[in-house]
Design a protein around this ligand. Structure first.
Ligand code: FES
Ligand code: FES
Length: 158
């Protein structure tokens, strides 16, 4: 295991200076060291999307991202999007469309949607499906999730 060293990054708009194993997965650091439990542990293999966060605005899988790769960069987690009182528009769209059953996949669905709409504010149905194709939902909530993404895009354009 590599020796701990100092690594500085920005998380949800706040500078963090950590003294940790640089090979530690970002997901473990977020959950265990920074108490940010929005990103979920699903597969741990980069396959399911439950652990998705934004790295400099791009959706990445934090379970397979070593902490060292985040040095000097900007990480945004679900907690950095909105609050219960003032949800992010994508979060509000998921609530409006009831896009959840157990909710375990939702962190990944929402973070991936936020990244999608930042780079493509008016995605086609095919582009929405392609963007979310590798985010797994075990509950079969796909239709509501797709409706939520369409709503978020439409409300952004209005
Ligand atoms: S937990 Fe990271 S992709 Fe599944
Ligand atoms: S709502 Fe349960 S995994 Fe998607």
């Amino acid at each position: 295991m590599p020796a701990p060293r100092e690594i500085a990054l920005e998380v949800n708009g706040r500078r963090q200076v950590l003294h940790l194993d640089p090979s530690a997965p970002l997901l473990a650091v977020l959950r265990n060291d920074l108490a940010l439990n929005g990103p979920k542990y699903g597969c741990g293999l980069g396959e399911c999307g439950a652990c998705t966060v934004l790295l400099d605005g791009r959706a990445v899988r934090s379970c397979v991202l070593p902490l060292s790769r985040t040095e000097g960069r900007r990480v945004t987690t679900l907690e950095g999007l909105g609050t219960i009182e003032a949800p992010h528009p994508v979060q509000a769209a998921f609530i409006a469309e009831q896009g959840a059953q157990c909710g375990y996949c939702l962190n990944g669905m929402i973070m991936t949607t936020v990244a999608l709409l930042e780079r493509n504010p008016a995605p086609s149905e095919a582009q929405i499906r392609e963007a979310l194709a590798h985010n797994l939902c075990r509950c079969g909530t796909h239709m509501e999730i797709l409706a939520a993404v369409r709503r978020a895009a439409a409300e952004r354009a209005a």
